[in-house]
Design a protein around this ligand. Structure first.
Ligand code: IPM
Ligand code: MG
Length: 381
């Protein structure tokens, strides 16, 4: 008989005194393209170390995805990869994309595999926290003293909007439909509002209601939902252009931002500059079950792929989010976060955040994190 989806039972690895059975979690690992495999290796090393420290029983299975799968199996999200992900408790993903101009046929675009996977898993809430680590901002074009109190999280709607609307594509004309319904808006805003309640109770909804019909629905649905279900929250609406500016001028004022798919994509690349580099930013994508998709927000970075110099922080911090949200091991998550922060503070920095200092390779940085993880006690490195 097939085991039920989710954590499953397995035999004999736990000492008898601690539990009569052991929960095994299945982790699907999709390294993908470009720097994806390098940062995924780093993330897995940290995941394995954290799991060992906390006696988490993981079954880790790798599968082809993105351009790599397209070349090997003819599809960016082959059926075998799809099945593995549907069975998994969590999916860890590197990056998807091939160099060169993207073909019009979606079946030939690695990125389409990513969109299909997000839709398949139903992970409509994409959490992208930005919390600058001391030292990482030295290389930022922004003044480091303005970054110290930044602690924000963008909740990006991930399975609707213009990414998924009907498309028409011709030689001389093209169209992308942006569509949302109230339910799609409400579920992601509810997710963000719950999160805000656990934080500083400030929710900022970002739209373009002065121009877009979908944004006007977004704004009225959000206002009504928050008034009905979260009257304790402070709700602000911002137009996306103003939000883009205020993320640089007043970043510390933000707590939780919630926005539609494409605005969230753009604003989070921008917000990653607050953390020092695009390579620093992790993400978790969650739906209604416990299953999650975990991926750094950066892309394939073909210019540095294969050189072992990519920043694995975004990936390692995505592993921390997985430990927290899917594997229900918050203590392990805090240890990983603390180990990353300590490594960066001690000067272990990849080229993108090294500034004038010496640059660590992906492997050296990962080693620095693992060393600190090993020494960590009671959740602090
Ligand atoms: C991201 C990426 C993807 C997106 C691309 C690769 C399709 O930019 O995760 O932010 O636009 O969602
Ligand atoms: Mg993006």
């Amino acid at each position: 008989m097939r085991a039920p989806r989710g954590t499953r039972l397995s035999g004999n690895r736990m000492p008898a005194e601690s539990r009569s059975f052991q929960l095994t979690s299945l982790i699907a690992v999709l390294p993908g393209d470009g720097i994806g495999p390098e940062v995924t290796r780093a993330g897995l090393a940290v995941l394995r170390a954290a799991a060992a420290r906390h006696s988490l029983d993981l079954r880790i299975e790798e599968a082809p995805f993105g351009g790599a799968a397209l070349e090997a199996l003819g599809a960016p999200l082959p059926p075998s990869t799809r099945d593995l992900c549907m069975d998994a408790d969590a999916v860890l993903l590197g990056a998807a994309g091939l160099p060169g101009p993207p073909p019009a046929n979606p079946a030939l675009r690695p990125e389409q595999g990513l969109l299909d996977l997000r839709a398949l898993l139903g992970v409509y809430a994409n959490l992208r926290p930005i919390r600058p680590l001391p030292g990482a901002g030295e290389a930022s074009p922004l003044r480091e003293e303005n970054l110290a109190s930044v602690d924000l999280i963008v909740v990006r709607e991930l399975t609707g909007g213009i990414y998924f609307g009907d498309k028409q594509e011709g030689e001389d004309a093209a169209a992308d439909l942006c569509a949302y319904n109230r339910e799609e808006i409400e579920r992601v805003v509810r997710f963000a509002a719950k999160l805000a309640r656990q934080r500083r109770s400030r929710l900022c909804s970002v739209d373009k209601a002065n121009v877009l019909a979908t944004s006007r629905l977004w704004r009225t649905a959000t206002s009504r939902l928050v008034a009905d279900e979260f009257p304790d929250l402070e709700l602000q609406h911002l137009l996306v252009d103003a939000a883009a500016m205020r993320l640089l001028t007043h970043a510390a004022d933000f707590d939780v931002l919630v926005t539609e798919n494409m605005f969230g994509d753009i604003l989070t690349d921008e917000a990653s500059v607050l953390a020092g580099s695009l390579g620093m930013a992790p993400s978790a994508s969650i739906g209604d079950g416990g299953r999650g998709l975990y991926e750094p927000i950066h892309g394939t970075a073909p210019d540095i792929a294969g050189q072992g110099v990519a920043n694995p922080c975004g990936m390692i911090l995505s592993v921390a989010m997985m430990l927290d949200l899917s594997l229900k091991a918050p203590q392990a998550a805090r240890e990983v976060e603390a180990a990353v922060a300590a490594a960066v503070a001690d000067g272990a920095r990849t080229a993108d955040i090294a500034g004038q200092g010496p640059a660590a390779s992906t492997g050296q940085f990962t080693e620095a994190v693992l060393e600190r993880l090993e020494k960590s006690k009671d959740g602090s490195a």
